[in-house]
Ligand binder design. Structure first.
Ligand SMILES: NC(=O)c1ccc[n+]([C@@H]2O[C@H](COP(=O)([O-])OP(=O)(O)OC[C@H]3O[C@@H](n4cnc5c(N)ncnc54)[C@H](OP(=O)(O)O)[C@@H]3O)[C@@H](O)[C@H]2O)c1
Length: 249
């Protein structure tokens, strides 16, 4: 008898907000999950909220060594088919590491068929371009990148990774401005719609998800033109490889 493999999805930043909602939606869909949280003790609260224990990995994504350790923990759990790179911050002293370096390292270090990156409509307001990449302090010691810049970088990473990792589907999602801790209680968009696209892309059951695109509420959108500029993408990947001494692909 033929058996169908159950999809196993790692979601980063599942203590609250969109990551926690995505985890619940994945379980409802019958997927296996691996929950990432910053500290081990946060996993109990995740299990209480979801009504079931879930396997977890731990690490502060602002610390590059801890990100590498997260990848090793995932390998010890047997790996995953898909990753939702959800964890994010608006703290400008941390946006480079948490919103960009961590997704880059996890993409390079964890073999997965599908990667879903949390972008934002705010990527359009980024000031970075190919020339200005040289002005970024890639060590993260000095805050030289805004939240908008970080979302442009991770959206370009999504586009570049699709080119550089054959057989891998890499998509970026604007979840809308939704009422989470980050979005604030007055955010006007739909919280349920805010995680649905990431889960759908991670499960990869619909042929439309076998893509390398920028999405908003289950629809492909046109990102800022810098995202599709291969010179910009190559500059971003070269800087990330240099900063992390870790090769993509
Ligand atoms: N909400 C919106 O309107 C909106 C709009 C566009 C894009 N987004 C993006 O959507 C994603 C999720 O946002 P959200 O609204 O759900 O935010 P949130 O409620 O603030 O949740 C953020 C999650 O990321 C984790 N995280 C942050 N820094 C971390 C670190 N250094 N190490 C480990 N985990 C860390 C948090 O863990 P702790 O609890 O331990 O801090 C939390 O689980 C982010 O990438 C965000 O940029 C959100």
């Amino acid at each position: 008898m033929e058996t169908t493999a159950v999809t196993r999805v790692l979601v980063t930043g599942t203590s609250a907000g969109l990551g926690l909602s995505a985890l619940g939606h994945l379980l409802d869909a019958g997927a296996q999950v691996v929950a990432h949280v910053r500290r081990a003790e946060q996993l109990d609260a995740v299990g209480r909220t979801l009504g079931t224990d879930v396997p977890g990995v731990f690490g502060d994504l602002a610390d590059r060594e801890q990100v590498r350790d997260v990848a090793e923990q995932v390998a010890r759990l047997g790996g995953v088919d898909a990753i939702i790179h959800n964890a994010g911050t608006m703290d400008e002293s941390l946006v480079l590491d948490v919103n960009v370096i961590a997704p880059y390292l996890l993409t390079a270090l964890i073999p997965a068929q599908r990667h879903v990156y949390l972008s934002s409509g705010m990527h359009r307001g980024a000031r970075l371009n190919t020339t200005r990449l040289a002005e970024v302090d890639w060590t993260g010691a000095r805050p030289t990148v805004s939240y908008s810049d970080s979302k442009l970088l991770v959206t370009a990473l999504a586009a570049a990774a699709g080119r550089m990792l054959p057989g891998t589907w890499t998509n970026a999602v604007d979840p809308g401005w939704v009422p989470t801790r980050m979005g604030g209680s007055c955010a006007p968009d739909d919280l349920e719609a805010g995680h649905r696209t990431q889960v759908w892309l991670a499960l990869g059951e619909d042929p439309r998800t076998l893509a390398n695109a920028y999405w908003y509420h289950l629809s492909v959108q046109e990102p800022d033109r810098r995202v599709k500029d291969t010179e910009f993408q190559d500059g971003v990947i070269a800087a990330l490889e240099q900063a992390t001494q870790t090769h993509l692909g």
